[in-house]
Design a protein around this ligand. Structure first.
Ligand code: NAG
Ligand code: NAG
Ligand code: NAG
Ligand code: NAG
Length: 652
């Protein structure tokens, strides 16, 4: 538990919030900017950024979205007929009836852009030329792909290969029905030459063990499967109160449903809980999935998922990483849960699983036996969750509404954005031995107009955000000029520090001698030998001096002004860093441990607060963080107690 506290406390002390201005801005021309731009789709190969707004679609050049010259950018508008509009207005407001782009899909081989919009409360699919944005076919109404209701959290993926008859298909996590009461994982009917070749496929929406009020977040086409990520109300924990779990589910693309049992219903649907938790005797869970980003690495696919403690205004958020191999391993070999007559869910014995294991793909699902299908229908939940590793950057009172990942040689760089505040966290995430480690590189405030609605990332180059004010901002991933110290600059894989000029510049521009380039896994030892890091603290503050990650270091003790640090009440963190509580005047000086060097200046001008109120008004990052970590632990303990678990005496 103490480890978790330190981890939470340490998160805020390294970087401060800086304003990051966009390199380029795109604003939708004309006066009607209401409704905003809620979809972004990047075609990395063609360096095209598609922007979907209310009644408007644009294709921009990803390297300069401000360049709207005809040879690089195109746009078009969508209208609704007067008749449709007046019919719709009897049911809904003008803004709800207006045509609005919901989802964009690219078929690169066909140079086709598929656009699902809500038009007069009807979902409409358009097939456009991906370059000119002109219609290739008549638009058609398509139920079960995108929702007319902008608030519904849906997901959909277009799958080109591997479907029955090799027809292209959509797979969607969606709500249907008059009041959106039906929650489905759905594949609209497959078409072959204008005729329906395979009927639409779905989950059983009357059975809440299949889906229980899900909020869909993402979907991916991988190999012979389609994966869905969502959160839902857990049924397997049985007793009150309702608890949200996050899930990954999987279906086979070749699935055509059963013949009698599970007719037009997935025979291959399986799902598992996502375990994103701070491990301790009573793990602290992040159960509300917010966004997922897929990363292809050599040998495996990773899903970076942002998860929070709740949907409410005061969550704690974090990022966990789930690997495709661990998901597939679980679906392929794990135990299934089954519900007993008492209502209790228990793992089904391994020898009760029939030879056609639920979740496995069959060449012809209509030839499966009724027994196999009955078993699959009631055994679709795995007993074990998928492990999400050590949560990255647990942070209070924020949502990571989007996570985007740039894959670099020694590490992955995570960009997490809170859409409400426009805050951006840039984090290094790398493998060391069997574990992943992380480190905060920058925390910036994106300068945007309105609320962020969507985001996209062009590898090694730019981050884009679209907003409710119908603008798009193009931000540099590097943002080197915002680093003011050698140690924060040198470990940022996009940047290098010039020791001569004391400036931070883009790494590819750092040619010649005198540049320091490191990375978070190695630390900033070159900086430390160049100069001590200066830290100013106020009397009464807590001070956290981080240790350089430097395996060479033999001398593992901290010295102050050349003598072994003698204050008895210091705390050493898990990386060897030192925390000094209640800093006094005599704590100023030179601190060293191996290549970590700090010059600590104690500001005595500022009075040390003597009352609780004084502390509260002081707004000092560290104290604030310690306080929130404590609150979080208190809450969690209350929670554990409420569930009948008694915290043991040795907890903090
Ligand atoms: C966008 O382009 C216009 C016209 O070329 C120019 O005046 C403006 O400064 C540019 N803005 C940005 C943010 O690049
Ligand atoms: C969609 O998800 C967000 C949080 O991710 C939540 O605030 C919102 O209520 C959800 N929408 C609906 C209709 O439940
Ligand atoms: C989730 O993972 C944590 C940390 O590895 C572990 O302690 C906990 O038991 C797991 N939870 C479940 C439900 O398996
Ligand atoms: C699948 O199996 C069913 C029943 O055994 C059979 O009628 C049907 O023709 C088969 N379909 C294919 C595509 O092989």
């Amino acid at each position: 538990m103490r480890w978790a506290l330190l981890l939470l406390a340490a998160t805020c002390s390294t970087a401060e919030l800086q304003l990051q201005q966009p390199e380029k801005v795109f604003s939708r021309p004309g006066v009607d900017s209401a409704g905003g731009c809620s979809s972004l789709l990047l075609d990395t190969g063609a360096a095209s950024l598609y922007v979907g707004c209310r009644g408007y679609l644009a294709k921009l050049w990803a390297y300069n979205i401000n360049d709207t010259a005809e040879n690089v950018a195109t746009s078009r508008t969508f209208a609704v007929s007067n008749r449709e509009e007046s019919e719709c207005r009897t049911l809904a407001s003008a803004s709800e009836c207006a045509p609005s782009v919901r989802q964009l899909f690219l078929r690169p081989t066909a140079e086709t852009l598929l656009v699902c919009s809500s038009v007069a409360l009807k979902p409409e699919l358009r097939v456009l030329d991906a370059n000119k944005l002109i219609d290739k076919e008549e638009p058609r109404t398509m139920i079960g792909l995108c929702s007319p209701d902008a608030r519904v959290n849906g997901t959909a993926v277009h799958v080109e290969w591997g479907n029955p008859g090799d027809a292209p298909a959509f797979y969607a996590g969606i709500r249907t029905g008059m009041a959106g009461e039906n929650h489905l994982i759905y594949r609209p009917a497959l078409m072959d030459g204008g005729r329906e070749s395979v009927a639409a496929m779905r989950t059983i929406y009357t059975d809440n063990t299949w889906l229980n009020e899900p909020q869909f977040v993402a979907s991916f086409d991988i190999g012979e499967y389609v994966y869905f990520f969502f959160r839902e109300i857990a049924v397997e924990i049985g007793f009150a109160p309702p608890t949200v779990f996050s899930r990954v589910a999987r279906v086979c693309k070749k699935d055509m449903g059963g013949r009698a049992v599970l007719r037009n219903v997935w025979t291959s649907y399986v799902k598992a809980r996502l375990n994103c938790s701070i491990s301790s005797r009573f793990p602290f869970y992040f159960d509300h999935l917010q966004s997922v980003s897929r990363v292809e690495l050599e040998g495996d696919t990773l899903f970076y998922a942002s998860m929070s403690t709740s949907d409410s205004a005061f969550p704690t958020s974090s990022i966990c990483v789930f690997s495709l191999s661990s998901i597939d391993q679980l679906f392929g070999h794990g135990l299934f849960l089954e519900q007993h007559t008492t209502g209790v869910w228990l793992p089904a014995p391994a020898d009760s699983v029939p030879s056609h294991r639920p979740g496995s793909c069959s060449a012809n699902s209509s030839s499966l036996s009724d027994n196999d299908l009955h078993f699959a229908k009631s055994h679709l939940m795995m007993a074990e969750p998928v492990p999400g590793g050590v949560p990255v950057m647990p942070t209070r009172d924020v949502f990571f509404h989007s996570v985007l990942v740039d894959v670099l040689p020694e590490q992955n760089v995570i960009f997490a954005i809170d859409h409400r505040s426009g805050s951006l966290w840039k984090l290094a995430h790398w493998r060391e031995g069997g574990d992943y480690r992380w480190s905060l590189l920058q925390k910036n405030q994106l300068e945007v107009q309105g609320r962020i609605m969507a985001s996209a990332l062009l590898p090694h180059e730019f981050l884009y955000v679209s907003t409710s004010a119908s603008t798009v901002g193009q931000f540099s991933l590097a943002a080197c000029h915002l680093h003011s110290s050698c140690h924060s600059c040198a470990i940022d894989p996009f940047c290098s520090w010039s020791s001569a000029g004391a400036t931070c510049a883009r790494r590819e521009k750092a040619k010649g001698t005198g540049w320091i380039s490191s990375w978070a896994g190695r630390g900033w030892s070159e900086c430390a030998s160049a100069a001590a890091v200066e830290r100013t603290v106020y009397l009464g503050d807590a001070l956290h001096l981080e240790a350089t990650r430097d395996e060479e270091t033999k001398e593992k003790v901290w010295t102050k002004d050349g003598r072994v640090l003698s204050r008895s009440d210091v705390v050493i963190d898990e990386n060897g860093g030192v925390v000094i509580m209640n800093v006094q005047k005599e704590d100023g000086g030179e601190y060293m441990r191996g290549s970590s060097r700090y010059r600590v200046v104690v500001d005595t001008e500022c009075e040390r607060p003597t009352t609780i109120a004084g502390y509260h008004s002081a707004h000092r990052e560290y104290c604030k963080e310690m306080r929130s970590a404590k609150t979080m632990i208190d809450q969690w303990e209350t929670c554990s107690e409420a569930r009948g678990i008694t915290p043991s005496a040795n907890l903090v």
